[in-house]
Ligand binder design. Structure first.
Ligand SMILES: Nc1ncnc2c1ncn2[C@@H]1O[C@H](COP(=O)(O)OP(=O)(O)OP(=O)(O)O)[C@@H](O)[C@H]1O
Ligand SMILES: [Mg+2]
Length: 273
C-alpha cells in the first residue's frame, strides 16, 4: 500500500479487522514484533528513508518525531506501574531529564488531556476507560512529536466518550499543529475527524512489503486518487509513491455534537512554553 501524510493533516487509515492496519502502523514506527519485518518499499520522513535507518537512528525519531497511541488502552498500560511513571519513562529516556522534571511535564500533559495532575500517582485500574485512553494520548504526546498515529483510539468506548476523545484529538491536532494518522474500521469516526482517508487493501499479501502479513502485492493496490491537498508531505509510505499519487480520498467532515471536554488551549500554551 502507498500513502502520504501532509503537514498538519489528519489522514484516516481504514480497513476491516485483521487486514493489517496495526501492522502498518507498527511498521511505520519500526516496532514490528520479532516475527515481522519490512522486506521492501520505503517510509519517507523529512527526506530520510526510515526503513534504512539503524536502530540507534530510529530511536531519535520514534516518540520524538512520530509517536503512536496504541490500540487498546485497557491492555497497553502496565497495570502495576503508576501512570505518572509510565508517561515519564519516554521523557526521561529521550530527553535525558531527571525524574522530577519529567513528572512536572507529566502533570502538564495530564492537564492537556483533561485529567487532574494530582492523579499521576494512580494506577491504571483507578481510571475509567475514557481516562485511560486520555492517558495513552498524553503518553503519545510526551516527547512533543510532529506526527501521532492513533490506532483505534475510540473503539472500546461508548458513543459519548468517543465524541469527547475525538474532539480532544482534533483540538490537540489543531492547537499543537500535529499531523495525524487515524486508524479505524469505523468510517463515521473517520468522517468526523479526518481530512482524507485511505484504505488498507483487503489482506495485505504474503508478498507485501511487510513480511508475515497476508494480502496482495503493491502492484495490485487500489489506483491512486488525486490528492486533495497541496500542502507539503511530511511522511510517505511507498513503494514508490509521491504525495501527488497517494491513494487517499478527501473526506467531507461531519459535525459532531460537542462533548464536555474542556478546551486544552491554556494547558497547551503552558506546554509549549
Ligand atoms: N505478532 C504477530 N504475529 C503474527 N501475526 C500477527 C501478529 N500481529 C498481527 N498478526 C497478523 O497480521 C494480520 C494483521 O493484523 P493487524 O493487527 O495489523 O490487523 P488490524 O487491521 O489492525 O485489525 P483490527 O482492526 O482488528 O485491529 C492478522 O492476520 C494478524 O493475525
Ligand atoms: Mg489493529
Amino acid at each position: 500500500m502507498s500513502f502520504a501524510l501532509d503537514e498538519g493533516e489528519a489522514l484516516g487509515l481504514a480497513g476491516e479487522s485483521g487486514c493489517g492496519k496495526t501492522t502498518t502502523a507498527l511498521a511505520l514506527m519500526r516496532l514490528l514484533p520479532y516475527n515481522g519485518r519490512i522486506v521492501r518499499g520505503s517510509i519517507r520522513f523529512r527526506g530520510r528513508n526510515l526503513v534504512k535507518l539503524s536502530e540507534l537512528s530510529i530511536r531519535g525519531i520514534r516518540w520524538k518525531e512520530i509517536s503512536i497511541i496504541f490500540q487498546g488502552a485497557m491492555n497497553a498500560l502496565n497495570p502495576v506501574k503508576r501512570i505518572g511513571d509510565q508517561i515519564a519513562e519516554p521523557i526521561i529516556l529521550h530527553e535525558g531529564v531527571d525524574k522530577q522534571a519529567a513528572h512536572a511535564r507529566v502533570g502538564d500533559l495530564l492537564e492537556l488531556v483533561g485529567i487532574n495532575r494530582n492523579r499521576l500517582r494512580d494506577y491504571p485500574h483507578e481510571f475509567s476507560g475514557g481516562m485511560r485512553q486520555r492517558v495513552m494520548i498524553a503518553m503519545a504526546l510526551a516527547c512533543n512529536p510532529r506526527i501521532v498515529i492513533a490506532d483505534e483510539p475510540v473503539t472500546a468506548l461508548d458513543v459519548m466518550i468517543q465524541a469527547q476523545i475525538l474532539e480532544l484529538l482534533e483540538r490537540l491536532k489543531r492547537e499543537l499543529d500535529l499531523s495525524m494518522i487515524l486508524i479505524s474500521h469505523d468510517l463515521s469516526v473517520m468522517a468526523e475527524t479526518c481530512d482524507r482517508s485511505t484504505r488498507t487493501p483487503k489482506a495485505l499479501s504474503a508478498r507485501s512489503p511487510i513480511s508475515g502479513a497476508p494480502g496482495r502485492s503493491p502492484s495490485q493496490s487500489r489506483e491512486p486518487c488525486r490528492a486533495s491537498s497541496t500542502r507539503r508531505p511530511v511522511a510517505s509510505s511507498t513503494p514508490g509513491a509521491s504525495s501527488r499519487s497517494n491513494a487517499a480520498r478527501p473526506m467531507s467532515r461531519r459535525r459532531r455534537p460537542s462533548g464536555d471536554v474542556r478546551s486544552p488551549a491554556s494547558c497547551i500554551r503552558k506546554f509549549r512554553r
